[in-house]
Each structure stands twice: as C-alpha cells, then as structure tokens.
Design a protein around this ligand. Structure first.
Ligand SMILES: [Zn+2]
Length: 341
C-alpha cells in the first residue's frame, strides 16, 4: 500500500491551546509525522509526494469565504496592534444567524470553533498539502489500487465547510470522499478516531450519496460535546445516512469491535463503491487523551474487519498523539489491513 505525504505539511507548528481553560502546549505537533512515517515504513509502505492539486478539490467541500479566511487571516491579524502571534479567536457568535463580520477578530470567531486550531503564517499551506495527500491517495484508489494511505497532518475531521476546530482546518476525509464521488455513486466514510467526526458529519449531513459513520467516545463528557450522539441521523435527503456509535469511556477492543461490526453492516447495506477510513489512532489505551482503551493488537483487528468489506479503501490519518506506541499502532493497522486483502 502506498503512503502519500508532503514535506510542507510540517510547516504548521501550533504552539498552544486551552484545556479546561488552562494554557497547554498544543499536542498536534509536526513530530507526529516522523512517528507515522516510521510506522508506515515498518508496514512495508512506500512513501510518495503528492502533486499540488490546487484549490478545486478543497473548494468542493469548503466555502469560498472560509478558504479566503484561512489563506489571509494571519497577515491581517498581524496588523492589529498587540495581537497574538497565532490567530486564536476570543469571541464567537451565539449562533450563525447574525451577519458575517468584516473584521479579522470577528471572522476568527465566526470561522474557529475553539482554541485548539491556532493559525500561523504556515497553516494554510500545510493544510492544503495535507488535503492534497488525501486527493493523491484518492486518485490512486480510483486508478485501481485496492487501498492507499494518506498521512494527513494537520488532521481534518473536526473541520466543517466553513469552521476550523479541534486541530483541524481542511477536512481531508471529506475532500477525499468528494473526490472519490467522481467515479463512485456512493461513498462511505467510516471514522474510527477517538473523537466524533463532527465536521465530516456536518459536511454530508443533508446528502444521501455519502454515508457517514463514526465510532467514538461518548460526547456527553468528551470533545466535541455538541455532536456525536446516536440520535443524529442526517437531515432532509440525508436522513438515515449518518450513523453514530458513541462508546463509554475506556471501552477496550471487544466493545470497539462490536460497534465496528454494527458500523460495517450499515456500510454493507448502503453498498458503496468506495470507502474512506478516517483513521484516528487516539482511541489507543496509551494515547494522551485517554478516552478509549484500544490496544496495539486491536488496531490490526479493526483493520481486518474493515478490509473484509472488500471495498476500494482510502485510509486518511486523523488524530493519534505522541506516545511510545504511535508508530506501532499505525504499523499494526496497515499490516492488519494488508494481511486481510
Ligand atoms: Zn481525535
């Protein structure tokens, strides 16, 4: 299986965020890339640099004003006397029914869900390259390869069509799913990250051509708090095409695999022609976020079940934070997938 990754994805290097109100170092560090590359190589994957695919595949799921914001907000922010080095919003609309603000501070609040997605001068280009890794991997799957792995970092699944959040700016999994729609009438996105894939759900919530399924820690006491509940089933034409499986905190392999079985049955009933796996490795028992308790061997079992769907599959990296086993967890997943095809 080929891995896709571009060096410019390292340039985004966020410094801080707030956790329960306290300033903390941002855990979405470029070093994650080194661990994940090592994990991919250990699984026998070859590393390929994506081409610059331009803004068109990104604009297929994000609004023009949001992309303009991401590209220009850091430069505008620096013109504000006394402003922070990184763009971090300090005001948010109560809801989105008000007017679109003209000011940099107002737009930051409008387009940023939380404090964990600080924007530097490097962020937009890094996020674009991350998305282009997903696009290139999608092209590879569409050209007939059974599977490909996009080492997407920054991650994407918390980004809505016009909102950044949770370390995410451009929704790589959504970009990939939309790209696959060029060939496939129906695409499924299966999100196995510790956190609910709220941005991906939001982007496809009203559509019946992309099924979104997410297994994650119950948001009742966990990020993203406002989404990820079992009663969120889609809207309008998309009703019945979103499926959430929230799990109790600290659930281990067997509980996760039971939920995965249910998720896979729903995907089989949808009969997609292609699958995007939003692969968070932060469901790991030793991940700093500590929400679920999947083991290293458990990732191989998860991959084997997903591979048994026998679909052209694009694996998109989402979360998974610095811990000794981060490389091994990716190796376990990719090896498990490869052994089952
Ligand atoms: Zn996560």
């Amino acid at each position: 299986m080929k891995t896709f990754y571009g060096d410019d994805q390292r340039r985004h290097d966020p410094k801080g965020f707030l956790s329960s109100g306290a300033p903390q170092p941002n855990p979405e560090k470029p070093e994650r890339i080194d661990r994940l590359l090592a994990g991919a190589r250990a699984a026998g994957s070859s590393i390929h640099h994506p081409a610059n695919h331009g803004l068109a595949p990104i604009a297929a799921v994000h609004t023009p004003e949001y992309l303009e914001f991401l590209e220009n907000i850091h430069r505008r922010w620096q013109m504000i006397p006394g402003a922070s080095q990184e763009v971090i919003a300090n005001i948010h609309p109560i809801n989105r029914s008000g007017s679109y603000p003209a000011s940099a501070v107002g737009q930051a609040g409008y387009h940023m869900a939380d404090t964990s997605c600080p924007i530097s001068a490097e962020t937009f280009q890094s996020a674009c390259w991350s998305a282009w890794s997903a696009v290139e991997a999608a092209e590879t799957v569409m050209s007939g390869e059974r599977a490909a792995y996009a080492l997407c970092r920054p991650p994407g699944h918390h980004a809505f069509s016009d909102v950044a959040g949770g370390f995410c700016f451009i929704n790589n999994s959504a970009v990939a799913a939309q790209r696959l729609r060029k060939q496939a009438d129906r695409v499924a996105v299966l999100d196995v990250d510790l956190h609910h894939g709220n941005g991906t759900q939001g982007i496809f919530y009203g559509r019946a051509d992309v099924l979104t399924v997410s297994i994650h820690a119950d948001p009742v006491r966990f990020y993203p708090f406002f989404w990820g509940y079992a009663d969120e089933r889609g809207d309008g034409a998309g009703l019945g095409y979103n499926y959430n499986l929230p799990l109790p905190r600290k659930s281990g392999d067997d509980v996760f695999l039971d939920a995965l079985e249910s998720a896979c049955r729903r995907i089989e009933a949808f009969a997609p022609q292609a699958l995007v796996v939003a692969l968070g490795l932060d469901a790991f028992e030793g991940d700093p976020f500590g929400g679920l308790s999947v083991s290293t061997a458990g990732f191989a079992r998860i991959a084997e079940r997903i591979a048994a769907l026998r679909l052209p599959t694009l694996i998109v990296q989402e979360g998974g934070y610095l811990c000794d086993e981060l490389s091994d967890n990716l190796t376990s997943f990719l090896t498990g997938f490869g052994s089952a095809v």
